[in-house]
Design a protein around this ligand. Structure first.
Ligand code: SF4
Ligand code: SF4
Length: 421
């Protein structure tokens, strides 16, 4: 085991390989508050990559209803349970979220999946994990829209409901793809070294010729984002639509383009990009990259289960209505500050939030041009002032991709054609 620095858990941790980082890292922000579970993302991925025989059960991109749903079923509850068993009562964070770039969310003092050696068997000597059953992969959106599902019982509803402080009953949609982790558990566990992380963009891929279908990656990935294909006897996973990210899509004009699941998002919750990396694995200062701004400056978007230790590169703006303890387990100690910031956005954040899904091109930089004051009020005891600022998005080649404004334009249909646009 090597010692590597994991900034999301604020400390060094054990990992089977020495740290090595890409020049840029594939990353994304999902705003959970906006997801409507239309599954357009899911189907965009399915119809692009997993429509063949033997891939019927595969959903590289999926949207599940939390807290009861999951694909595969109970994936997070199961791995959290194993981690708790490895270190009973000590899976805790210390310190507070701060401006310290080495530990922005405080420090996770518990054991990551790479450190729970006391739970590892000779068969799974590198990473704590489990292999889901065939049945658990069966129902990608079980308990859809269900705030009162009976825990652990299939297709049965709780008769009494639950009482919680934020909402009496609640649910939210959690959209997921592979996180193209900085310390991938799938890669760490593969005895064939068939999994690799690309130096140019950090995308994690399985070499289909090298894989022998041992399923160690399926067992090790805590997010369960590698999947076994029975008819070819090899494992497969999300490829981050790498031809699009490389600018090879015929539509892209040679410029990097977002993945299919991002581009299809009806709720406009998704933004994907490529962040610049330093040699030590930290994000290079890139103040006007929208992902850098949301994750590192506004800290409104947080990693999914950072305590697993893989340093996932997917970030989420947490849902406002969900009990905070649940969210803190899922996104770490930064939840309160992130929700406060999202609920009361400043001028810059409000402008950056307009960048979601105005284009399929990857945004490398934004610029804000200040506009006039359009609204002023006191809401929930706070003074709120809105400005109609213009936000401009630029691509990798420095050219403008689009510009948009904070105030939504209103289109009035002409009387003449009442039923047409
Ligand atoms: S989410 Fe899972 S499959 Fe994807 S890189 Fe991380 S460990 Fe590997
Ligand atoms: S397309 Fe967007 S809004 Fe629809 S389910 Fe997927 S993430 Fe949610």
């Amino acid at each position: 085991m090597a010692k590597v620095h994991n900034w999301q858990i604020g400390r060094e941790m054990n990992y089977p390989y020495a740290q090595a980082f890409p020049r840029r890292q594939f990353a994304f922000v999902f705003n959970i508050n906006r997801c409507i579970a239309c599954q357009s993302c899911t189907m965009a991925c399915k119809s692009t990559w997993t429509f063949s025989k033997g891939q019927e059960h595969m959903w590289w991109a999926n949207v599940e209803t939390k807290p009861y749903g999951g694909y595969p079923q109970f994936w997070d509850a199961k791995i959290l349970d194993l981690m708790e068993k490895a270190n009973p009562g000590n899976q805790q964070w210390s310190g507070k979220p701060s401006d310290d770039k080495q530990k922005p969310y405080g420090q996770f003092d518990g054991k990551t999946i790479f450190e729970a050696q006391n739970m590892l068997t000779p068969d799974s000597a590198r990473v704590l994990g489990y292999l889901p059953t065939d049945e658990e992969w069966n129902s990608p959106n079980i308990f859809e829209d269900n705030p009162v599902g009976k825990k652990g019982v299939r297709n049965e509803l709780d008769k009494e409901g639950t009482a919680l402080p934020e909402h009496k009953t609640w649910f939210f949609y959690l959209a997921r793809i592979c996180n193209h982790c900085s310390y991938p558990a799938c890669l760490a566990a593969c005895p064939r070294k068939a999994i690799y992380k690309r130096p140019e963009d950090g995308i994690v891929l399985i070499d289909q010729k090298e894989c022998r279908g041992y399923r160690k990656c399926v067992e090790a990935c805590p997010y369960k984002k590698t999947m076994y294909r029975g008819n070819t006897r090899v494992s497969e996973k999300c490829v981050a639509c790498y031809p699009r990210v490389e600018g090879k899509d015929p539509e892209s004009d040679g410029q990097p383009m977002e993945t299919r699941c991002m581009a299809a998002c009806i709720g406009q919750i998704r933004m994907q990009g490529l962040v610049k990396m330093n040699n030590d694995g930290s994000w290079a200062e890139d103040r006007y990259n929208p992902l850098y701004y949301m994750v590192k400056v506004a800290k409104v978007a947080l990693p999914l289960y950072p305590q697993f230790g893989t340093e996932p590169n997917g970030y989420y703006i947490p849902p406002r209505w969900v009990p905070r303890d649940y969210l803190k387990q899922m996104f770490g100690p930064g939840v309160d500050a992130a929700i406060e910031r999202y609920t009361n956005p400043d001028r810059e954040l409000l402008a950056v939030l307009q960048l979601f899904r105005r284009s399929n091109r990857i945004i490398f930089r934004y610029e804000i041009k200040e506009g006039p004051k359009i609204y002023e009020a006191t809401l929930r005891g706070r003074k709120v002032t809105l400005y109609n600022d213009t936000v401009i998005a630029y691509g990798q080649n420095g050219k403008e991709i689009f510009r948009t404004q904070v105030e939504e334009p209103v289109h009035v249909r002409p009387n003449k054609h009442a039923n047409s646009i």
